[in-house]
Design a protein around this ligand. Sequence first.
Ligand code: C5P
Length: 402
Amino acid sequence: MQNVSGKKIILGISGGIAAYKTASFVRLLIKAGAQVQVIMSPASCAFITPLTLATLSKRPVYTEFEKSFGEWTNHVDLALWADAMIIAPATANTLAKMANGLCDNLLLATYLSAKCPVFFAPAMDLDMFIHPSTKSNIQKLVSYGNIEIETAFGELASGLIGQGRMAEPEFMLNVLNEYFSKNSSNDLKGKQVVITAGPTYEPIDPVRFIGNHSTGKMGFDIANEAANRGANVVLITGPTSLKTNNSQIKVQKILSANDMYQACHDVFESADIVIGAAAIADYRPKTVATQKIKKNDEEFTIVLEKNPDILASLGAIKTHQFLVGFALETENEIEYAKSKLKKKNLDLIVLNSLNDKGAGFGKPTNKVTFIDKDFNIFPQELKSKEDVAKDIIDQILKNYAK
Ligand code: C5P
């Protein structure tokens, strides 16, 4: 099996004669088991037709921001969908625009939104290729973390001989295969991982609820990381606009803490690891009005009753499951986190303090401290939530092995 098998690849085609080779590249990718979404710059359509590529990729090809009347091609969604993006051929013009953040077509807007690794295969005549501005654009793109697929030496469309030919489709496929083989760690293969994420909404009446500011990002990042490392993931999430980037994740949407309680218990027996990253409401309105409540009185009181503590309830019945909780504290952080770890019968707790800059709700970064069952304390640096997710999985595996 090739490493690109099952991977979602965006192929961005810009307007150069080498575009004709992308037909065989798409065929190779599809044969290798990849899913391919082709995005063409308007100029590239003069070199190869979208119909050819749509037929070979078995998907519609996107060329414009507007798909059909009133329907918008969402470049952000496309970019999030992909495991890798490859721009081939990357003309001097497209490279210059990429290097400078221009996005006057769908291909460029998708590139600017991409979170996945981006490969680019330059293709142009030799004088354009050795021009200092092209060289500096390529250097700039590489310095941003993009991966250059080097040009080949040989006959060019102009008839001249030199450097500037786009790499052959077989070569580009090898580059992608090698990349995915290096980056595929399967250390959670075969494990059932249940993750809770997001806020809960506790209904007051048919139109109102008590909620909180959780966006669910930390839980979604952990789910993506676990799935990318081979786990079977069930993500039980409260309301959020986030999407997962791995199609293997089973997403179960819930609203209230009681729904989440039920969903967690339904899957607990078959779980190996449970990570509670959700911000679950501690209380819910004792009674839920069946009709919208009218604003008749000057004061209005809602009586709240306690929600079940989901992790504690799982901790009380766990057999083989490894349980991970979060603690968000504002004072006596370590002591409170330790007592939560014990009280809920957890194996690991991830502490984040609101006193740390860059940690907490809605932030792209987090600074956490791990505390294990034996009260060993592992403080971490401030990192992106994606990197914190990696650290959490690494720490779980270290403790799990014990
Ligand atoms: O007790 P506290 O709410 O601070 O604990 C936080 C941890 O417990 C988080 O992992 C959260 O997902 C989980 N939790 C839970 N059920 C609740 C409240 C919190 O599972 N009702």
